[in-house]
Write a protein that binds this ligand. Structure first.
Ligand code: ASP
Ligand code: MG
Length: 439
């Protein structure tokens, strides 16, 4: 069994859906296809929800009408068969009637999640109608029947595995299955989701659950690149990454893959391939257990970082000091990205200011605190790069004009992270591209 996931742009136009139908039937291998909502739909649903929350009836009506019009045009192009066209019209009508009903009830968190689920529900229904028109054998398996969260709102892989097996067993003769990305049920049985961009996560959870041979993530670029193509002129696709390298890159800024998507694949040891719908024959990037080669592979940047410098002479020769500091972050459920220490100070970075004030107030009881906002983490990733000093030497040679504020080296063999003021990001990525990648 193979899992293939297509993002919003890969299904966002009728002709793209046609392309997808060809890719998923290219060799007759049993396949589970995971689809996102059509591009722009989830954003539109978030906006509708915001208008509903603000009790802005005019605004929500305008937005619902505009989205419905988009779908009417879409199905008009997608479906040629008259009776299927009527069917498609009825499906869309039903979903938009649901959205209009939400205008009359007060918006709870659960209802909000149901609203956000409409995108994937519609894209999969329309796609399966298209398959029906093209006489391509398939079964639509609803993600809400097997994708589930535990009481901590984390995907429950064991339960997903049990449930999807039951669902698939209902179709012994079928080889092609279509399902929704992103949406799931929480422990209370309500409709929930895997957070924005979560369709990649769905795909890799399913791949782990069915022990797939591969998890293919189809987007509109030919794999993960060595640098940000929006910032530097020349980038190249990376051939192969280990799961650990890919996790660092996805977390530290590479937009192509959702960072949570790595662990299920890693756990099930299932290779993940990043492929391009527009250029299906391009090799793309494969992510697997082995790193493939040694040396520097990529650099990524993550903005919106806050550095917190925690200084106390009481830390000198004391134990338990770090625990006290980390407990404050734990209390406010705020993950720490980078850490460096000296004998009397610790510096950490976080990527959210949601609980910053509370964290500072509590830390002030133990130490003196300095906060620096608008920082960027530059993360250099590659196999064994933190084992030799060659990369470090080259790196600092290349960026000697950049005022680096923190360095994290040796935490793993495959990552070197630097903290810099965000205004130096473009310059740093350009210098690294030249100095480390000769591009
Ligand atoms: N449709 C959802 C989003 O836009 C999930 C996804 O596309 O991965 O966030
Ligand atoms: Mg995505």
């Amino acid at each position: 069994m193979r899992v293939m996931k297509f993002g919003g742009t890969s299904v966002g136009k009728p002709e793209r859906m046609h392309q997808v139908s060809q890719l998923i039937t290219r060799d007759g291998e049993p396949t589970i296809v995971v689809l996102s909502a059509l591009s722009g739909t989830t954003n539109a649903l978030v906006e509708i929800s915001n208008s509903l929350a603000a009790q802005d009836k005019v605004g929500s009506t305008e937005k619902i009408d505009a989205l419905e019009k988009h779908y009417a045009l879409f199905i008009n192009d997608l479906i040629k068969d008259a009776s299927l066209k009527t069917k498609a019209g009825a499906i869309i009508k039903e979903h938009f009637e649901f959205l209009r009903i939400t205008q009359r009830i007060s918006l709870s968190d659960a209802l909000n999640k149901e609203i956000l689920a409409q995108g994937e529900l519609m894209s999969t229904k329309l796609f399966t109608l298209y398959l029906e028109q093209e006489k391509i054998e398939h079964a639509l398996i609803p993600a809400l029947d097997f994708m589930c969260l535990d009481i901590n709102d984390e995907p429950d892989l064991t339960l997903i595995e049990q449930k999807i097996k039951v669902v698939l067993a209902q179709y012994p003769a079928k080889k092609l299955f279509i399902t929704q990305g992103y949406i799931c049920r929480n422990a209370k049985g309500e409709v929930d989701n895997l957070k924005r961009g979560g369709s990649d996560y769905t795909a890799s959870l399913i791949a782990a659950a069915v022990q797939a041979s591969v998890c293919e993530i189809w987007t509109d670029i030919d794999g993960m690149h060595n640098n940000d193509p929006r910032v530097v002129d020349k980038t190249v696709a990376i051939e192969q990454l280990s799961f650990d390298e890919a996790a660092e890159l996805a977390y530290f800024g590479a937009k192509i893959l959702h960072p949570t998507c790595i662990w299920p694949a890693q756990q099930g040891n299932i290779p993940v391939k990043l492929l391009n719908t527009m250029q299906p024959s391009a090799a793309g990037t494969v992510i697997k257990k082995e790193a493939g080669s040694t040396g520097v592979k990529a650099v990524a940047a993550k903005d919106g970082i806050i550095a917190i410098k925690i200084k106390s002479s009481r830390m000198l020769l004391a134990y338990g000091f770090l625990r006290k500091i980390f407990e404050v972050f734990e209390k406010y459920k705020t993950p720490i990205d980078m850490v460096t220490t000296s004998e009397v100070a610790v510096s950490v970075t976080i990527d959210s200011d949601l609980h910053l004030d509370e964290i500072i107030t509590e830390l002030n009881n133990i130490a003196s605190i300095e906060v620096e906002k608008n920082q960027t983490i530059i993360s250099i990733v590659g196999n064994e790069i933190a084992k030799t000093d060659a990369v470090l030497k080259k790196l600092f040679g290349a960026i000697n004009e950049i005022p680096v504020t923190m360095v994290s080296y040796g935490g793993s063999h495959h990552n070197i992270s630097l903290l810099i003021p965000s205004e130096y990001k473009t310059k740093t990525l350009q210098l690294v591209n030249k100095g480390l990648f000769n591009l």
